[in-house]
Design a protein around this ligand. Sequence first.
Ligand code: ZN
Length: 264
Amino acid sequence: MRYIYALDKDLKKQWASHKERIFKLGGFTVHLASDITPEDLQTFSYSFEKIILAIQHSPVKNFKKVLKGHVYVGTKDDLCKWQGCKVPPFSNGMYSQKFKVVDYFTDGLRTSEAWVVLIHEFAHKFHVEEVPNGLRNQGILDLYEELKEGLLCYDKAELPKLGDPLSKYTKPQTYRGLLGTGKELYLTEIDGVPGEGAEYHFSNDLVGVIKEEKSLIQSLHCPSMYAYHNHAEWFAEMVTMITLEELPPKDYTQASKLLKLLNS
Ligand SMILES: [Zn+2]
């Protein structure tokens, strides 16, 4: 057991009461909170290997610059107590802009695809720490403004038919991160009249989800509302999809514009 060495004064103070273990992993310094189990560590190491590989091979050339710095592994409660964060219950990770660290939550969703969420968090780190001018990069802000209006396009959607897979109507990272059961969900029931606000039931033999028509159409043609309202979230969603090479064809144009900006 060792005490943390300083990232900055604030962090040192807040973490001072935490005894923890530290080890090097590639360019990273990994901090393990005291309450993590050997199983947690194994899951983390396995996920992290996949994250590093994906980022190293990303078409966003400079994304690999984020593969350094500090990563904290622990429960949401433990890590958020000192970072002062509020995280949604399903979250598997977080990037703290204040401390410039990435958190990996051991009590996030335990699905085989949970690691995808961490790529999104590293995309925030990339935006803040490695893109010139960070969140205020004018090229990215301009591109977001240019694309924003065109991205809200409810009425052009083609409504799903019985038997259609849910992955077609959900951003891959959302689908894989949040519903990662390893099994595709299919449209098994439509409740109401399509085009007039029906509900769509997707299921497999393990789980099911109900999607409202508006959100379904939106995810088919538009970014998530989250991304629509916040350019940093749009950026992180795009970088994640580009990295995983899971872009829906409708996003090819905006992705190539973003790539041109980031790779120039
Ligand atoms: Zn985000």
